[in-house]
Design a protein around this ligand. Sequence first.
Ligand SMILES: CC(C)(COP(=O)(O)OP(=O)(O)OC[C@H]1O[C@@H](n2cnc3c(N)ncnc32)[C@H](O)[C@@H]1OP(=O)(O)O)[C@@H](O)C(=O)NCCC(=O)NCCS
Length: 167
Amino acid sequence: MDRQLGNPGPVKLELLTDTAAGELLTLQQAAYLTEARAHQNFDLPPLMDTLDDVRAALADPSIAIWGFRDDGRLVAAVRMRADGPVGEIGRFVVAPDRQGEGLGTALLAAAEEATPAEVTVFRLCTGERSAGPLYLYRKLGYRETHRSPEADYQLVHLEKPRMREPG
Ligand SMILES: CC(C)(COP(=O)(O)OP(=O)(O)OC[C@H]1O[C@@H](n2cnc3c(N)ncnc32)[C@H](O)[C@@H]1OP(=O)(O)O)[C@@H](O)C(=O)NCCC(=O)NCCS
């Protein structure tokens, strides 16, 4: 699927496989630095992942990792783990130089759409100081369910029921 988004051109949706492990790890580490700074926690799970962890996730049949490529470059990625009726979203990243172009919104929507029909609710969480992601999630229909303590801040848990096509 090609989507025309922002500047400079079309980006391509791709289900990532083992060959993307290295660039996925690099993208994740670059993107999550802002969150680490905001929460003064540099041990965030996405920053602690090793190459083997990323490889294991790519090989896990319950996890789909979607990415956007622009002219071959991986510029965004998101992880969707299906657990019965629940789709757990994580490791949601856009390359720092490509943020604010709508890539994150489009990728999350594409990942939700591509998730098997058995999944009836999507869940995710983020740190309470992640104002940007919280704004984006709320705008996309996610609602807060609860908070849980993490280091010296709270994790905000959100969910969204899956929209059914009429008929
Ligand atoms: C969160 C993230 C994936 C969003 O990707 P993106 O491509 O920049 O998001 P979009 O361009 O689709 O933004 C959608 C809206 O959210 C806002 N937004 C998203 N991230 C923002 C941020 N960090 N700061 C301020 N606003 C932000 C945008 O301004 C935009 O608002 P608008 O629709 O009113 O114009 C990206 O900022 C990122 O990789 N952040 C670091 C990693 C992270 O925090 N991941 C999520 C943790 S749970």
